[in-house]
Design a protein around this ligand. Structure first.
Ligand code: ZN
Length: 53
């Protein structure tokens, strides 16, 4: 299951929850934080989740 606990970047206005998301995987270590940050889900993650990837 690539869908996992949410994480986000301090520099982004969205959060991620799919480990196949390129945007989510490109977050720099110093900007990485766990949780949604109260931000909406990223479109790419949403699409990946919808197709079960
Ligand atoms: Zn994402």
């Amino acid at each position: 299951m690539p869908k996992t606990a949410p994480w986000n970047s301090r520099k982004q206005t969205i959060h991620h929850n799919n480990t196949n998301c390129n945007t989510g995987n490109n977050i720099e270590k110093e900007n990485y934080q766990t949780g949604t940050g109260g931000k909406p889900l990223c479109n790419e993650c949403s699409k990946l989740n919808a197709v079960g990837k």
